[in-house]
Each structure stands twice: as structure tokens, then as C-alpha cells.
Design a protein around this ligand. Structure first.
Ligand SMILES: CC/C=C\C/C=C\CCC/C=C/CC(=O)SCCNC(=O)CCNC(=O)[C@H](O)C(C)(C)COP(=O)(O)OP(=O)(O)OC[C@H]1O[C@@H](n2cnc3c(N)ncnc32)[C@H](O)[C@@H]1OP(=O)(O)O
Length: 279
């Protein structure tokens, strides 16, 4: 839906180095809910983390779905009802090879550029946890439906000693409003579904068994909204944010790689990774 030039710029900046594996589809499945509605299921055990390969596979799958003119809507879900996505694969950032780290971040940017700018109507079906990068995936959708009670969602970067990139922070601010965002980002709050609903981070909260049926109902409904008007409205709402990242993509890569490669950050990342593995 964005300009051809912007699209070309986005795809030209994606990693092309021969060392990068081709996107693997085994981490994702794409199916049809109806002739015009696709379903994209994250299927990378145990936590649907965004590794370099997963991020590339995600963007490639979204682009492929979008390239089919008969598809007007997309449902995003996880094959696990416990974890929607645990966010960025922290092992990508622990003792990284700098060139791969830069490609990793370009691929993470690519997930945002592919789905946030999509012409499709998009619904996120969040049955399980969605911290940090998991929250990012859901924020890129037009509508979010989440399980109440147990799972948590939010941007917990600050609590991990890091910061969300500006384009993720901006998307969060746009969604929950300035003050709610400040309070949540500065504390690294992870919300229950009910708390997320109260701040506008999700649009509906339901018992687990009702989340997927309701998400299907909603995406099938959104698929019937005239596609051209919706796509143009999305461009008007989100185009400036997407163009800003496209224009400053390499500066954002430099910010991320410098931060991650710092000795202190590396110590923190290693300690956090160890704590996750020891759980
Ligand atoms: C730390 C980053 C550092 C620097 C970056 C600097 C600046 C830029 C900032 C960019 C933005 C970053 C956003 C992110 O996404 S960072 C990642 C944040 N994610 C988390 O904090 C979630 C961590 N995971 C959990 O809290 C739990 O796993 C969860 C609540 C989701 C589920 O709990 P459950 O008990 O059901 O499962 P676990 O046993 O904990 O996990 C299963 C296995 O998966 C592994 N795992 C989980 N999350 C990650 C992850 N994000 N990366 C890598 N591996 C992960 C976990 O270790 C378990 O593995 P095994 O023990 O089975 O081998």
C-alpha cells in the first residue's frame, strides 16, 4: 500500500549476504480461513522467538500473502496457547558476530515494515504471553484479542536494562496514549489481558477457548470492508512512521548494534539468558 519507491527501498535493505540462510517456512504456517482471508501461525517451539531466520520468514510470508490480490485480511496467531511470542531471540544478542547482529536487526525492522504497512486487514489472536517483541508483533495488527487471566503482554525492555527502539515506542504510544505509555515503558510493565484492555493495548479480552473463534469472526468481518478505502486509511495513519524508519534504517541499526555490543549490555544479556534457562 505504500509507494513503490518505499517498498523497493525496504526490500533492498533486507539482508542479502550469502551467509544468511534462506527464509525457512518450517517456523510458520500459512493457511486460508476463507478465499479472501489468510491465517499466519507462528510455529517455532518452544517460545516463537524472533531469530534472524524467523524474522526473515515472517516478512517473506506476509509479503507473499499480500502479493495475492484475492487476499484482503490476515489472522496472526501462535500454534501454542501458552506463548504467542517471547519476543526477540536473546541468544542472537549474546556474544554476537557483528555482521549477523546488524542483519538480525534489519530483519526485525523488516517484520515491522511488512506488517504495520500492510494493505491487509489484520487481527492478532493472542492466546498466550506476548512480552517485548511478542507485543511488537501484535501491535502491528489492526485489532487485538487476548486471553484473560494468565498471559502477559507489554514492553518490558526497561526491566531488562534495555530500551525499545523509537519506532516500537511510537507504535505503543499511538496505541495506549502518551501517559499510559510513559508509565508502562518506564517500569517495563507486563499487563494481564484485563489490564491491557483498560489501557487500550488490546481490544477484547476473553476466556482462552473463546479467543480464536472470536478472532476468526472478527477477521472475516474486517475482510468485507472495502479494501481500497481501508488501505488508503492505513497509509494515512501509519505511512509517516514507516517512512521515518525507512529513511533512518541504518542509523537505527547502528544504535542497536552499538548498544548490544557494549560490554555492560553483554553482561546483562548473558545473565538474563542464563536466568531464563535455569528457570
Ligand atoms: C535482552 C536484550 C538485549 C539487548 C537489546 C538492546 C536494545 C534493543 C532493544 C530491542 C528490543 C528488544 C525486545 C525483545 O523482545 S527482548 C526479549 C524479551 N523477552 C522476554 O523478556 C521474554 C522472556 N521469556 C519469558 O519471560 C518466558 O519464556 C515466557 C513468560 C514468555 C514463557 O514462560 P514459560 O515458563 O512458559 O516458558 P520458558 O520455560 O520460560 O521458556 C521456554 C524456553 O524458551 C526460552 N526462551 C524464552 N524466551 C526467550 C527469548 N526471548 N529468547 C531466547 N530464548 C527464550 C527459554 O529459555 C526456554 O528454553 P529452554 O530452557 O526450554 O531451553
Amino acid at each position: 500500500m505504500f509507494s513503490t519507491a518505499a517498498r523497493a527501498l525496504a526490500s533492498r535493505s533486507l539482508p542479502r549476504a550469502p551467509s544468511i540462510l534462506p527464509p525457512s517456512r518450517s517456523m510458520l504456517t500459512v493457511s486460508r480461513l476463507s478465499p479472501s482471508v489468510a491465517e499466519l501461525t507462528l510455529d517455532k517451539a518452544p517460545a516463537n522467538t524472533l531469530s534472524l531466520e524467523m524474522a526473515l520468514a515472517f516478512s517473506a510470508a506476509v509479503s507473499e500473502i499480500e502479493a495475492d490480490p484475492s487476499v484482503t485480511a490476515l489472522l496472526l496467531r501462535s500454534s501454542s496457547t501458552k506463548i504467542f511470542s517471547a519476543g526477540l531471540d536473546i541468544s542472537e544478542m549474546s556474544g554476537p558476530e557483528p555482521a549477523r547482529l546488524a542483519d538480525f536487526w534489519r530483519a526485525i525492522q523488516g517484520t515491522y515494515l511488512s506488517l504495520y504497512s500492510s494493505r491487509l486487514a489484520t487481527v492478532a489472536c493472542i492466546e498466550g504471553h506476548a512480552p517485548a517483541g511478542g507485543c511488537l508483533l501484535s501491535l502491528m495488527a489492526d485489532y487485538r484479542i487476548m486471553t484473560g487471566g494468565g498471559p502477559r503482554i507489554g514492553l518490558n525492555e526497561t526491566a531488562l536494562g534495555i530500551a525499545a527502539p523509537y519506532w516500537l515506542k511510537d507504535m505503543f504510544v499511538e496505541t495506549v496514549g502518551r501517559r499510559n505509555a510513559e508509565l508502562a515503558l518506564l517500569k517495563g510493565t507486563l499487563f494481564t489481558g484485563e489490564e491491557a484492555l483498560a489501557v487500550g493495548l488490546v481490544d477484547e479480552v476473553l476466556p482462552l477457548e473463546e479467543v480464536y473463534p472470536r478472532a476468526k469472526e472478527e477477521v472475516l468481518k474486517l475482510a468485507r470492508i472495502p479494501a481500497k478505502g481501508r488501505a488508503e486509511t492505513k497509509r494515512l495513519l501509519r505511512g509517516a512512521a514507516v517512512d521515518e524508519l525507512l529513511a533512518g534504517r541504518e542509523a537505527d541499526v547502528a544504535w542497536f548494534t552499538e548498544f548490544v555490543l557494549e560490554e555492560g549490555t553483554q553482561k546483562g544479556i548473558k545473565a538474563y539468558l542464563d536466568s531464563l534457562k535455569k528457570k
